[in-house]
Design a protein around this ligand. Structure first.
Ligand code: THU
Length: 165
């Protein structure tokens, strides 16, 4: 037998001002998107912005429903919009942020498990990592080079022996 150890690497920035101008712009897009979220039930407004390799930026935000489980997270709305509107164009980065009128969010929020799996699909589909930039309303910024940091030991199309491209 052997023990397997998997490590994850992240970069932490003190605040958004330490980010590159491109990353700051992506965070700003995510903030604008969070303001337009449809989250009347949780009042937790999440915004995502996806940067494509062709220079386009697409926004997504959480879309809730009176039938609670039907709602969709901001990350998946954004990633699926990219897949729907620009199939075949690689996604290079995604910024995610959240705001609430109930409490102040002073630390990065990290994608839920389902969104991690959805983002992993697109890394696999386009054969390249997607950088994640995560931030709350204020405070530190968490950056990772790939969803692998958040989702090691992935289940992918390879396990189904399916070619996605
Ligand atoms: N939510 C997201 O949009 N992204 C996440 O990564 C975590 C949770 C949404 C789902 C729901 O509309 C609200 O936040 C509260 O869970």
């Amino acid at each position: 037998m052997k023990r397997i150890q998997i490590t994850s690497e992240f970069t932490e920035f003190e605040n958004v001002n330490e980010l590159s101008p491109d990353d700051q712009k992506l965070v700003e897009e995510a903030r604008l998107s969070a303001n337009k979220a449809y989250a009347p039930y949780s009042r937790f407004q999440v915004g995502a912005a996806v940067a494509l390799e062709n220079g386009k930026i697409l926004r997504g935000n959480n879309q809730e429903n009176a039938s609670y489980p039907i709602g969709l997270c901001a990350e998946r709305v954004a990633i699926f919009a990219a897949g729907a509107n620009f199939p075949g164009v690689k996604i290079s980065a995604i910024a995610v942020t959240a705001s609430s009128d109930q409490f102040h969010i002073d630390k990065p929020i990290t994608p839920c498990g389902a969104c991690r799996q959805a983002i992993a699909e697109y890394e696999h589909r386009y054969h390249g990592p997607i950088r994640l930039i995560l931030v709350g309303e204020t405070g530190k910024v968490l950056v990772s080079d790939s969803i692998r940091s958040f989702l090691p030991y992935q289940f992918t199309a390879d396990d189904l022996q399916v070619k996605t491209s």
